[in-house]
Design a protein around this ligand. Sequence first.
Ligand SMILES: C[S@@+](CC[C@H](N)C(=O)[O-])C[C@H]1O[C@@H](n2cnc3c(N)ncnc32)[C@H](O)[C@@H]1O
Length: 319
Amino acid sequence: MAGLDELVVVLKAAGEDTRLRLLALLADGDHSVKDLTAILDQSQPRVSRHLKLLADAGLVQRHAEGAWAYYRLAPDGQGADLGRWITARLDAETPERQRDRARQAEMRAEQQSLAADYFAKVAESWDLLKTLHVPEAAVEAAVLAELGGRKVDLLVDLGTGTGRMLEVLAPAYERAVGVDSSREMLAVARARLAASGISHAQVRLGDIGGLDPSIGPADVIVIHQVLHYFDDPGRMLAQARRLLKRGGEILIVDFAPHDLEFLRTDHAHRRLGLSRQQMSDWASLAGLDVLGMREFPSDTKDRGLTVCLWHLGDRTRTE
Ligand SMILES: C[S@@+](CC[C@H](N)C(=O)[O-])C[C@H]1O[C@@H](n2cnc3c(N)ncnc32)[C@H](O)[C@@H]1O
C-alpha cells in the first residue's frame, strides 16, 4: 500500500510522453544512457533528467558501471508493479513506438557488428588472448566438475568461439552444438574439434539474440565469457532459457564487476563484469534459480580479473 503523496509522485513521473517511451524501451531490456539518448534522438542532459525522475519514483533502477550508467525497469516494489502494468498496456504499433523499436534494433545490430569485427580480427589469437590474467585452467576444471561426472544427452554452447568448451566438456555429453555469430571463430572451432577427434559436437553460425529453437531442447547450456559483450545480459539469458529442457541447467562463466574501462574501448566489452545481484535478478526473470556460484580470483597480481561460475537451474525442476 502507498500513501497519496507517494502515488502522486510515481504517477507524475510516469505520466509524460518521453518517460513512457523510456519505460517501454527498458521493458525490452537494460540500456545505457548513451543508447537511450541515440534511440530517442534527444539531448543527453534531457534524457538523463527524465531517467532521474523515473528512478526517484522507483520506476527504474540505475546501475553505474565505469564511465557508463545502465538503466532497467525496477525489479521489485511498487514502482516495478506500476512499470510492468503500464508497459504491458502501451500499444507497440503506434508510429512513435515503431520508430523507437526500429532504432533500438538498429542500435543492437550496430553493437553486434562492432563485436563481430573484433572477433573476426582476434579469432586466430583468441585462445592465447583469453588466458591472459584469468585462472583459465581452474575455471575449465570447475565447469566440468559442475556436471558431476554425468553424461547429458544434449549440451549447447552459446558463443562457442573457438570451441574450447566443447572440447573440455566432450566427456560429459552424448552430443553438443556450439553456436556463434562469427564465421572466423567457427572456422577455428571446426579445426579444433577435428584435431581433437571430437565428432559428437558440431558448430553452427547463429545469433544468441534470435536462436533457432530446433537447436534444443538442451539438458545443459554453457555461456562462457559471452554475456559481457551484451548491453543486456538478462535478455540473452531469457533467450537461452527457451532452448532449455524442463529441469535443464545453465552454466555461465563471466567476470566479476571490475573497472577496466579499456576492455570496452579495446576489446568490445559492453558490461564491466556481472554482479551476484544482477545475475540473480536476471535468472529470476528468466524462470531460473541460482543453484550455485563460485569465484576464481586472478592468478596474476597485475590487473587480474576475478572470474565467476554460476550454475542455474530451470525453476520447473523443483515444481
Ligand atoms: C569472448 S568469446 C568466448 C568464446 C568461448 N565461449 C570461450 O570462452 O572461449 C565470445 C564469443 O561470443 C560470440 N558472440 C558475440 N555475440 C554473439 C551473438 N549475438 N550470437 C552468437 N555469438 C556471439 C563471439 O563471436 C565470440 O566468439
